[in-house]
Write a protein that binds this ligand. Structure first.
Ligand SMILES: [Zn+2]
Length: 448
């Protein structure tokens, strides 16, 4: 792929379809300059353009991943037949042993696999900070800069250990004041709201005190950054919340000032009708993570109802320790099939809806209006999908969403190539995986 032309423009020429899910057919040239989309459709050539031949390929906005735990690339294949609580209880002590270098190696692989499968913006929720060493967030940011994706890194936290009624062992939790001070430092070090956004993200109602929940919300609003947590993922969580507080999880968070348009919740499965309406009215988002929910037998989010209520809904891969794949292509298909099975209705979620969740919906969850759509003036976060094996498919969007998992041909973030001709620009994928394997095996019960 050519880089920027002498005239300052790069033109992706000849794609047969612009994938906003609304306008299939027609020419789909995309001109990029200064990191933004400057022309779409049939773009006239200008002297000095750098032209990328996309004849027969498909172009979509870059995909947006709204929930992930990059570090979990180190622990694939553990506790594969467990519920959420059983799986977490097995893994907390293993995760407690991770160093910032381990997390950086995992983050690089997570981001690489996302980039190669068309993701341009990724959220990472990191809530294990052994000894309060928040240099782990520097490591995650370094990995994102190396691979080239936009990063929404959540300074996660846990302060409710087992001895006080929480799920995690006491050894993996931190003190509330230390968490809040560290979170502010991480925001000050890394948040620019463009390439790196920092989010305040206590982990979940069963691993965090109500005091930390409240103070986290106060801190995020004081600093002008977003809030994120896991919510309503399982019926076990609902039972725990009713037993400890006499409240359903959403009511608990609402009482703590959390249900607002600067928040998005991971999973959001077990909401009743009134709660769906409340989320929609508040503009609070949901990161739908269908593969992880299936793997853990957690349930199925009410995607159509949430969208109809007006809540932003995006897709998330969740950590690969509960997903095993880590790409949004799979999540789009899984979201379509789960919604249709849940409602016994093939119209419950269309393939165009799935692409919109993975792009525009995700951007809304993350509070962004500069990515997630193909539109003149927006950031040039673009994916070119190879048309080679999709040219015979009548509806190319169906081929993209429901067909075999595809790798991107080219990926641009802010107009800069991150994947070129199917390969990472900033790193060698095989080397990243070799380093990950070396580190992951050290964690196995029988050692390396
Ligand atoms: Zn999660």
């Amino acid at each position: 792929m050519s880089d920027v032309g002498e005239g300052g423009r790069t033109v992706l020429r000849g794609a047969r379809w612009v994938g906003d899910g609304r306008s299939p057919g027609g020419p789909a040239d995309v001109a990029v300059a200064g990191g933004r989309i400057v022309a779409l459709g049939s773009v006239a050539a200008e002297h000095g353009d750098a032209v990328v031949d996309c004849d027969g390929d498909l172009v979509t906005p870059g995909l947006v991943n709204t929930h992930h735990h990059f570090y979990q690339w180190l622990t694939r294949g553990w506790a594969v037949d467990e519920t959420l609580f059983g799986w977490l209880s097995t893994l907390y002590p293993v995760w407690a042993r991770l160093s910032p270098e381990d997390v950086e190696a995992a983050a690089a692989v997570a981001l690489a696999e996302l980039a190669l499968s068309g993701c341009t913006t990724a959220a990472d929720h990191h809530y294990l900070v052994p000894g309060g060493d928040d240099s782990v967030f520097d490591a995650i940011v370094a990995a994102a800069r190396r691979i080239g994706l936009r990063l929404h890194v959540a300074r996660g936290s846990m302060d409710l250990g087992r001895s006080r009624g929480g799920l995690p062992p006491d050894g993996v939790v931190e003190e509330r004041d230390a968490i809040l001070a560290s979170t502010q430092r991480v925001v000050e070090r890394h948040h620019d709201g463009d390439r790196v956004a920092v989010t305040v993200a206590p982990c979940s109602p069963f691993s965090v005190t109500t005091g930390l929940m409240t103070e986290s919300a106060d801190l995020a609003r004081r600093l002008g950054v977003r809030l994120h947590t896991h919510l309503a993922e399982t019926l076990d969580e609902e039972r725990d919340s009713l037993a400890r507080f006499g409240l359903r999880p959403l009511q608990l968070l609402d009482d703590l000032g959390w249900v607002a348009d600067d928040v998005w919740f991971a999973h959001g499965i077990w909401f009743d009708d009134a709660e769906v309406a409340r989320l929609g009215a508040a503009g609070a988002g949901v990161a739908h993570c269908p593969s992880s929910n299936c793997r853990l037998g957690s349930g199925t989010a009410r995607v159509r109802d949430l969208v109809a209520a007006g809540a932003p809904v995006g897709l998330g891969v969740d950590g690969v320790a509960s997903n095993e794949i880590g790409t949004l292509m799979v999540e789009m298909r899984q979201a379509v099939y789960l919604a249709r099975q849940r409602e016994l209705d093939p119209r419950a979620l269309g393939v165009a809806d799935a692409l919109r969740l993975a792009t525009e919906g995700g951007a809304r969850c993350l509070g962004r209006d500069d990515v997630g759509r193909l539109e003149v003036g927006l950031a040039a976060d673009l994916v070119v999908w190879p048309g080679d094996d999709i040219g015979d498919v009548l509806d190319p969007l169906a081929g993209l969403v429901l067909g075999p998992e595809r790798r991107a041909r080219h990926v641009l973030v802010g107009g800069e190539p991150v994947v070129r001709d199917g390969a990472l620009v900033g790193a060698d994928r095989r080397e990243l995986h070799r380093e990950l394997t070396r580190r992951a095996r050290r964690l196995w019960p029988d050692g390396p």
